[in-house]
Design a protein around this ligand. Sequence first.
Ligand code: R1P
Ligand code: URA
Length: 287
Amino acid sequence: SSQYYHDTNGVPLEDGRTHHVGVAKGEVANRIVLVGSSSRAVTLCSLLDGAPQFSIKSHRGFETYTGTFQGTPVSIITTGMGGPMMDFAVRELRHVVDGDLVMVRLGSCGGLSPEAVPGAVVANTPGSVRIARNFDATFEDESDANYVISQRRAAPDVALAQRLAAELARDCDVVYGLNASADSFYDAQGRVDANFRDCNGNVLERLRARGVASVEMESCYLLHLAAHGTRIRAATCAIVAANRGTGAVVEKDAFEAVEARAGRAVLRTVAALPADVPPPPPAPRET
Ligand code: R1P
Ligand code: URA
């Protein structure tokens, strides 16, 4: 038919494909690695058994690659940047995959703790909080009201997060730490830009006081949706691009080498976890 899409009050489909991620049933494996960038997806695809059997790029910039890793079907999917993009990915992928879903994000992040040095990988075993610009604040001074940090943290699937941390530790410099997902790369991550009145001078120290080791933009959304979704097990980790305390930035070659090592660890993690085993009984998934 000529309708733009069907099911506007649910998950809109056009010709069986989700409207934004652009995938249909049968095209996505139930073990998924989520990455921010195309280049990281290319690196991970090079670690598969061969060229992906299926790939598609959506008109909204999502890329999906489905193949096998050591014989197990996996999908590598780019989310782009930000919470709303992760929201599209998690919801639309859940819609087209039957049964248990295992989702691991391999991101990049800023390091807040001294241990989170450039090139290290932060395994978010404690999960993630969220920090966001407060549109009800006046931004007249450096008030804590300017940025809202969630009191609750979104926790990962315990078994998956532990497996991920163990696999990463085989090949990478791993830090175990709480993440904060910000609604911007800039103001909510304490960056300074003279062109905007962000009044964010205390943001990083507030995050450190909460025990935050890393800051990026999507993990909290994935973990929170998984914890409130149907049969979704999720965990996250991110490669430190720069330490915000020292200002040290990773070398490009070193970053790409860690993407490959961490990528293999993440693929081993999703492939190894028995997806058809139910998650542990209702332990608190948020505290
Ligand atoms: C910002 O540079 C981007 O890098 C981080 C942030 O979460 C944000 O998406 O992750 P990715 O490298 O996975 O995109
Ligand atoms: N991604 C982020 O969101 N922040 C950083 O500092 C680095 C990567």
